[in-house]
Design a protein around this ligand. Sequence first.
Ligand SMILES: C[S@@+](CC[C@H](N)C(=O)[O-])C[C@H]1O[C@@H](n2cnc3c(N)ncnc32)[C@H](O)[C@@H]1O
Length: 311
Amino acid sequence: METADNTTTETVIEESTIYTREEFRTIDVGAIMRDGHPDISDGDRLIVDRVAARRAELGRPLTVMDVGSGSGVLAAMIADRLPDCRVIANDVARNPLEQARDRLADRPHAEVFGSPFEQWQEPLDVMISWGSHHHLPHNHLAHARELLGGDGLLILGDEFCPEYCTPEDAARLKSAEVIELGGGYLLASDEEIAAYRKDGSIPEWSRALEDRRRKTLWNWYKFVIDYAIERDNWMVAIAEMQITKDDVVTAFEEEHKLSPLIVEHELAVNGFRQRAKHVIGDREPALQSFFVYEFLVDSEAARPTPGQGRS
Ligand SMILES: C[S@@+](CC[C@H](N)C(=O)[O-])C[C@H]1O[C@@H](n2cnc3c(N)ncnc32)[C@H](O)[C@@H]1O
């Protein structure tokens, strides 16, 4: 953002997720989550391995951006493993940004970009979004596609809502040409989107899906909070109680976990081809939340219309 004296300042977005709330001001949420939350550390190791494999595959140093990097734990791990690569940690929230700057200060090939990802304009070889996809704005996939180009790899790892789609939902999603959220409800056709924009109407199917999403999430968060308390990690337990509330409020789209199947279709309609899917944690499906995907830009896909995603 340009100021009156022509200096450039960063756009720091103040949201009401835990990453900006005052009570977490002095807490490195990224660090405590690696201690008290299931699956995150395993995901870190997997992602670092996948970036290293891409480095070996292309046989040259890479430009790697971790979008929604939080306090930079994963970016630091990648910078240490691949010292010839340029590693950019990107976030917008004040607390994690300060923590990422401190963490990466003595790593010469690592840097911090403190404005929304949508404002980054240089090409990327690897874009990582680790726990961030469900926080990012609707247009970020179209932008990612532009930055990644032909050879770029998108590593999308997230804490999803464990799968809640029925085979009927899957069939409906498969034929969807658009996937969009309206007021937190899933809309899967141009007609549904137009009706929602006209008078806020929500299809019955979307309401039923949302009802299942909230119940599935509740079951998952109970497991996560118990996991933290068993490890005496009350900060994580308290953070997760707040995140639970954010997530089950349908209209609060900054924290809105969707099922893996829905996100797979969201990526497909935005012109990405799935190359690999990794599951983290070995539990029953109702407690299977963490997945890491590798996507390439699908050069044969029709150019997606900007705005596909969340509205
Ligand atoms: C769940 S946290 C991610 C955790 C982090 N990747 C880690 O490994 O610890 C999601 C992050 O996305 C950030 N975020 C939200 N919107 C963003 C945007 N437009 N551009 C970049 N980061 C964004 C939030 O500030 C938050 O820190």
